[in-house]
Design a protein around this ligand. Structure first.
Ligand code: UT7
Length: 475
């Protein structure tokens, strides 16, 4: 095959075309029609009151439908029916992107804030600097949306073709609405479902395994998996035990349905809730609602028993990697690159390098540049590994993470798409892309404006219409 990436796209497109054809008879079946003739009009009930003149009621109906259509979500694109028996589908990563804030905080900067040293941080964690969202307009959603757009651009897929957005985050914009929904609006993915996934730093791999499941089941063609964080907003900048560790950023991959063998081969997920207190954001949930006391006690910040998490992490990273590799029918020798969660260089060295005896050149580490970006760390590391030429078609990869919960997750993949630099977009492609994003922004503003107008209306336009006034006989 000349260009597997192209083939993956064509396969997804072909599936969608087939899907639209397959949907039509089902619609007929629901309406009870034969596909050509409208169903017969219901016969009037004997004794019913005469209704308003047809011209008036039709006009009212039309006006109501118009108003409702502005607020109604767009019709979803036709979906592919379940794959026929014996037909295999594969979940391939076809696009990737990352975004980090511009502001960099070095270990020397932290020396000015808390009682720490550059030497201690480098020695105990491997971290040298981290990116921090200094601009309040920069949030988990805006970073995630920027990474998602880049992933779509790499794959050259329009946002309207995305079926689902899975946003893994430990620092969501709100408890609800989901950061995934905000990203959906920001990128104009009008045909996508969206949600957040909470499994802390393991979240990205959890979401990827879910994306694989949906694609293999035939429920989706394109899924955006985003890991995004602004942990700097929930870190206690007076606690040297945590503030030196975390950073902000986002990474995203576009997963596509394909008949090209490979992609996400196997997954391994785990949880041990008994360790929940070792890494926790205590307040702000239903167990400890936000109050003056929780804020004054600093319970809205990350609390961590670093040593306990360290012990847990070194054990599960090695175990989960071994299990997922075996489940994929591979051996550790077959693995070309491990992309581990970037929390601490020592954790990666103790587990991946020492316990599993995987050579250092087969393990990607960039914790020194970004610190621990939780759900974003693996997709950011993947983007940089690709950028550095460490991933090529045919390679066997392992993503492995751990985090609060306690949770852990690993997946084994066979990389299938070319990773060379895409040719620069020409002016028309760039203009079209900008226009797409601009249109998404205007569409969002328009919908918000329509909602405001509805709020000002004296009556609820969604309410069922008042019955027509009864007419006295003879008048
Ligand atoms: O995504 C999952 C997120 N969490 C993690 O991955 C965290 C896992 N744990 C770790 O990475 C490590 O446990 C830490 C980096 C957090 C801490 O390293 P450690 O080697 O376990 O240090 P420690 O907690 O045993 O502390 C050793 C000493 C202590 O001083 P004393 O009691 O020996 O006098 C700490 O108070 O280092 C001190 N210390 C620091 N010193 C300078 C703790 N933090 C700092 C600091 N700067 N930032």
């Amino acid at each position: 095959m000349d260009n597997p990436q192209l083939h993956v796209m064509q396969q997804a497109d072909a599936s969608r075309t087939d899907g639209s054809r397959a949907e039509a008879p089902r619609a007929d079946a629901h309406s009870g029609g034969n596909g050509h003739n409208p169903p017969p009009a219901p016969s009037p009930t004997p004794g019913a009151l005469p209704s308003a003149p047809p011209s008036v009621s039709a006009a009212v109906e039309r006006a109501r439908n118009f108003g409702n259509s502005l607020l109604r979500p767009p019709q979803p694109m036709p979906r592919l029916p379940l794959a026929a028996a014996g037909e295999r589908r594969y979940a391939q990563i076809v696009g990737w992107g990352m975004q980090v804030p511009d502001k960099v905080i070095t270990n020397q900067d932290l020396e000015q804030i808390v009682d720490t040293t550059d030497d201690w941080i480098r020695d105990r964690t491997g971290i040298e600097e981290r990116h921090v969202a200094a601009d309040p307009r920069e949030t988990s959603a805006t970073l995630g949306a920027a990474a998602a757009r880049k992933a779509l651009e790499v794959a050259d897929v329009h946002p309207s073709r995305v079926n689902v957005i899975m946003c893994a985050t430990s620092s969501p914009e709100h408890t609800f609405p989901s950061t995934g929904s905000i990203i959906q609006d920001l990128i104009g993915a009008d045909n996508a479902g969206a949600f957040d996934l909470s499994a802390a730093c393991s979240g990205f791999v959890y979401a990827l395994s879910l994306a694989r499941g949906m694609i293999l089941a035939g429920d989706a063609e394109y899924i955006l998996v985003v890991g995004t964080e602004t942990l700097s907003r929930i870190v206690d900048w007076t606690d040297r035990g945590t503030c030196v560790l975390f950073g902000d950023g986002a990474g995203a991959v576009l997963v596509a349905a394909s008949d090209v063998p490979g992609g996400v081969l196997a997954v391994e997920l785990g949880s041990d809730g008994s360790g929940g207190n070792t890494l926790i954001l205590p307040a702000g949930g239903s167990a400890m609602p936000a109050s003056l006391e929780t804020v004054s006690g600093g319970n809205h910040y990350i609390k961590m028993d670093g040593k306990a998490v360290f012990r847990f992490a070194t054990k599960v990273m090695a175990e989960a990697t071994q299990k997922v590799v075996a489940r994929a029918g591979l051996t550790l020798d077959d693995v070309d690159l491990v992309v581990p969660h970037q929390a601490n260089r020592r954790i990666i060295e103790n587990s991946v390098l020492r316990q599993l005896k995987i050579p250092a050149e087969k393990c990607f580490i960039n914790v020194q540049k970004y610190g621990n970006t939780s759900t974003a760390s693996i997709p950011i590391a993947l983007c940089e590994a690709i950028e550095e030429g460490k991933v090529k078609p045919g390679d066997k990869l392992v993503f492995v993470g751990f985090g609060a919960g306690l949770t852990w997750a690993a997946c084994a993949l066979e990389w299938s798409v070319p990773v060379g630099k895409r040719p620069e977009d020409n002016w028309w492609q760039q203009t079209r892309r900008q226009a797409t994003y601009q249109a998404a922004a205007y569409r969002s503003m328009w919908k918000k404006a329509v909602r405001r107008v509805y709020d000002m209306l004296p009556t609820d336009p969604e309410a069922s219409p008042a019955p027509p006034p009864s007419r006295e006989p003879g008048k």
